[in-house]
Design a protein around this ligand. Structure first.
Ligand SMILES: [Zn+2]
Length: 94
């Protein structure tokens, strides 16, 4: 299964090597509108965070989430999860 995002941590922007452990965080976007699969940037808690809209029919989509983020490690995953909790209305920037 492909992980979300590119070769950078979505939270601290550190590069993530192919052999580095990466953690995926998944979230639900607010509002209606098309969910076009691919990379987007959303604003969470004042920070611009790159994420990937899930492909329809993918495992994550069937679990009911819209977007996945790739993090370099547990601290960033925890920070992002906390930020998502504070800012529940995730808005697509691009
Ligand atoms: Zn990070």
């Amino acid at each position: 299964m492909r992980t979300a995002g590119g070769p950078f941590c979505a939270w601290c922007y550190a590069s993530i090597g192919a052999d580095d452990p990466a953690i995926g965080v998944f979230a639900i976007l607010s509002g209606s509108g098309p969910r076009v699969p691919g990379m987007i940037t959303i604003q969470i808690d004042g920070r611009f965070v790159p994420g990937r809209i899930r492909e329809p029919g993918s495992a994550a989509a069937m679990e009911g989430t819209d977007i996945g983020f790739k993090l370099c490690g547990r601290p960033c995953a925890d920070d992002l999860t906390a930020a998502i909790g504070r800012d529940r209305a995730l808005r697509i920037v691009h």
